[in-house]
Design a protein around this ligand. Structure first.
Ligand SMILES: *[C@@H]1O[C@H](CO)[C@@H](O)[C@H](O)[C@H]1NC(C)=O
Ligand SMILES: *[C@@H]1O[C@H](CO)[C@@H](O)[C@H](O)[C@H]1NC(C)=O
Ligand SMILES: *[C@@H]1O[C@H](CO)[C@@H](O)[C@H](O)[C@H]1NC(C)=O
Ligand SMILES: *[C@@H]1O[C@H](CO)[C@@H](O)[C@H](O)[C@H]1NC(C)=O
Length: 474
C-alpha cells in the first residue's frame, strides 16, 4: 500500500459550487425537476423528500457540481441545513458521506440495492451532499484540463458559488441555520469554505448563507503536527519499528502531506510494509478480503439477507457497483456534459494532480474562532491516517484556553469517547471509531451531531454512577 493510497487519498469532505443554469425558470419548477422519486433497489418508502442534480459553478469552463439533498425526516422547515463534504482530495461525498456514513441511503452488499440507515443525520437536519471539486464523483467540467488542475483555492471558490446558486433553486433554505461538516482532507475544505462564506457575508449585506458553525473529523489540519502525531500513533500502537519511527520524524515532519519529498515517500513505504496488510483507516477491524482493485468489479457479491449488524469493510466496492448502474444514474439525474467517465469513489486524476494545498489551516481556524462560529473538531481514535494524536497536537498548537475539564462522555453506560471544551472550540474523541467515524460508530456519531447542533457539551452524556466521582475530583 503506498503512502498515496492510505495517507493522501483520504476521504474528505467535498465542497459545493454552482451557477445559474436554470435561473430563468421559477425555482419551484427547478426543484421539482431535481426531485428523486425512487431509487433502484429501494424496497422501502421514506417519509422525506430528496433531490439530486447539478449546479453550474462556472459557465465559461462548463464546470457543474453534483449535489444530493435529503430533507429532514420530521418537520424539515424547522431544521437546520448541514453540508457534508468528503475529502481525498478527489473523493465523492456520495460514495462515503451518503452511501456509508451519515446519509439515509446505504448500499447493500449486492451492489444493487439500498437500505435505510437508522442513524442518518437527516433524522436531525436537512442534509446536503456535494461532489467537489469538478472531476469528483458525478461532478464534471467541459474543460478537461480543469480535472487535473484542482486545488484548495478553486475548490473553496467553486463551493461558495455552488451554495449561492443552489440557494436560488432552494429559496426556502435562504437564511436557514447552516452548518458544514466533513472529514479527512475536508479538514481543508470545511474551514476554507467557511472562511470564504464569512468574507462573502462581510462584503454582501443580506447574504442568504446563514453560517453558524462547522465540524471536522480526522481532519488534515497542520502538516507538521499531523505528521508528528501520525508517526507517534503508528509507533505507540506497535505497527512500526523504533528505527522507522525515528527516521520518519527526521525525514517527514517538515513535509507537506500532499506534496512530499521522495525521501519521505520512501520511509512511508517502509512504514507501510511494516504495518502489513491492515486497514490504516481502522486498525482494529478486518480488511475487505475482496480488496483486489483489479478484480473488485468482477467479484460476485454474496447475498446477505439481513440488514448488516456488523461492520462491513467492503462498502466502497458496493458503491462502485451501485453508482455505475445506468438506472441509478438516471434516477439521480446524472449526466457528464460532453465527457464520459466511469464513476469512482475517489478520482486519482483529481487527487494525484492536486495543486495548491497550504501546509496548515490553523490560521483559518483562528480567524474563524474569532468570528464567533461554533467549531467542533472530533477524532475517531483507531484511525492511523489522521490519528487522534495528530489532532491533539494540532488543537494544542492553537493555544486555546480550556474551559472544561477533560472528561469521558457516555452512550448506554459505555464510554463513547473523551471531550474537552476550549474558548471557541470543542474537541471530541470517538472511542473505537476509525477514519470514517459515522461508518464505524453510527450511533455515537449521531450523538455527536445532535450535541453539536444543540451547542451543548458531549459531557451531558454522563453516567450517574462513575461521573459523580469524576465531578468531585474536578
Ligand atoms: C457541457 O457540455 C454539454 C454538451 O455540450 C452541455 O450540454 C452542458 O450544458 C455543458 N455543461 C455546462 C456546465 O456548461
Ligand atoms: C467538451 O467540448 C468542448 C467544446 O467542444 C471542448 O473544448 C472540450 O475539450 C470538451 N471536453 C471534454 C471533456 O471532452
Ligand atoms: C485564491 O484565488 C483568489 C481569486 O482567484 C485570489 O485572489 C487569491 O490570491 C488566491 N489565493 C491563493 C492562496 O492562491
Ligand atoms: C502558540 O504558542 C506558541 C508558544 O508561545 C507560539 O510559538 C505559537 O506561534 C502559538 N501559535 C499560534 C497559532 O498562535
Amino acid at each position: 500500500m503506498s503512502y498515496w493510497n492510505w495517507a493522501f487519498v483520504l476521504f474528505v469532505l467535498i465542497s459545493v459550487n454552482c451557477s445559474t443554469t436554470l435561473s430563468e425558470s421559477d425555482p419551484i419548477t427547478q426543484q421539482k425537476l431535481d426531485q428523486v422519486s425512487n431509487l433502484p433497489g429501494q424496497s422501502f418508502t421514506v417519509d422525506f423528500d430528496h433531490y439530486a442534480g447539478y449546479v453550474t459553478v462556472n459557465e465559461e469552463s462548463g464546470r457543474a457540481l453534483f449535489y444530493w439533498m435529503t430533507e429532514a425526516t420530521h418537520d424539515p422547515s424547522s431544521k437546520p441545513l448541514i453540508l457534508w463534504l468528503n475529502g481525498g482530495p478527489g473523493c465523492s461525498s456520495i460514495a462515503f458521506g451518503m452511501a456509508e456514513e451519515v446519509g439515509p441511503f446505504h448500499v447493500n452488499e449486492d451492489g444493487k440495492s439500498v437500505y435505510l440507515n437508522p442513524y442518518s443525520w437527516n433524522t436531525v437536519a436537512n442534509l446536503l451532499f456535494l461532489d467537489s471539486p469538478a472531476g469528483v464523483g458525478y461532478s464534471y467540467s467541459n474543460t478537461s484540463s480543469d480535472i487535473t488542475s484542482n486545488g484548495d483555492n478553486r475548490t473553496a471558490a467553486d463551493s461558495l458559488q455552488f451554495l449561492l446558486n443552489w440557494l436560488e433553486r432552494f429559496p426556502q433554505y435562504k437564511g436557514r441555520d447552516f452548518y458544514i461538516a466533513g472529514e479527512s482532507y475536508a479538514g481543508h475544505y470545511v474551514p476554507q469554505l467557511s472562511q470564504a462564506i464569512v468574507r462573502y457575508n462581510k462584503a454582501n449585506a443580506g447574504s442568504p448563507i446563514n453560517l453558524k458553525g462547522y465540524m471536522v473529523g480526522n481532519a488534515l489540519t497542520d502538516d507538521y503536527n499531523d505528521h508528528v502525531g501520525l508517526f507517534e500513533f503508528m509507533w505507540a500502537t506497535g505497527m512500526i519499528s523504533d528505527q522507522t519511527y525515528k527516521k520518519s520524524n527526521e525525514l517527514c515532519d517538515r513535509e507537506s502531506f500532499i506534496h512530499s519529498s521522495p525521501e519521505c515517500g520512501q520511509i512511508i513505504d517502509i512504514a507501510s510494509r511494516e504495518m502489513g496488510n491492515i486497514d490504516p483507516y481502522s486498525i482494529f477491524t478486518p480488511i475487505c478480503t475482496a480488496n483486489g482493485v483489479t478484480t473488485r468489479l468482477l467479484r460476485k457479491w454474496r447475498k446477505v439477507k439481513h440488514i448488516r449488524q456488523t461492520y462491513d469493510p467492503c462498502t466502497e466496492q458496493h458503491s462502485t457497483i451501485y453508482f455505475n448502474l445506468p438506472e441509478v444514474q438516471n434516477a439521480l439525474h446524472v449526466h457528464h456534459g460532453n465527457s464520459s467517465r466511469t464513476w469512482e469513489t475517489c478520482s486519482d486524476d483529481v487527487g494525484m494532480n492536486w495543486e495548491d494545498s497550504p501546509v496548515s489551516v490553523l490560521d483559518v481556524h483562528q480567524e474563524l474562532i474569532s468570528s464567533g462560529l461554533r467549531i467542533w473538531i472530533y477524532s475517531g481514535d483507531t484511525d492511523a491516517v489522521i490519528p487522534v494524536t495528530s489532532t491533539r497536537y494540532s488543537v494544542d498548537a492553537l493555544n486555546l484556553t480550556a474551559i472544561s475539564p477533560w472528561s469521558a462522555w457516555y452512550d448506554d453506560g459505555q464510554v463513547g469517547g473523551w471531550t474537552q471544551m476550549y474558548e471557541g472550540l470543542t474537541f471530541v474523541t470517538v472511542r473505537g471509531a476509525g477514519h470514517e467515524v459515522p461508518l464505524h460508530k453510527p450511533k455515537l456519531a449521531l450523538n455527536l451531531v445532535k450535541s453539536f447542533l444543540a451547542g451543548t457539551s458531549m459531557a451531558q452524556f454522563i453516567e450517574p454512577g462513575p461521573s459523580l466521582k469524576l465531578l468531585l475530583h474536578n
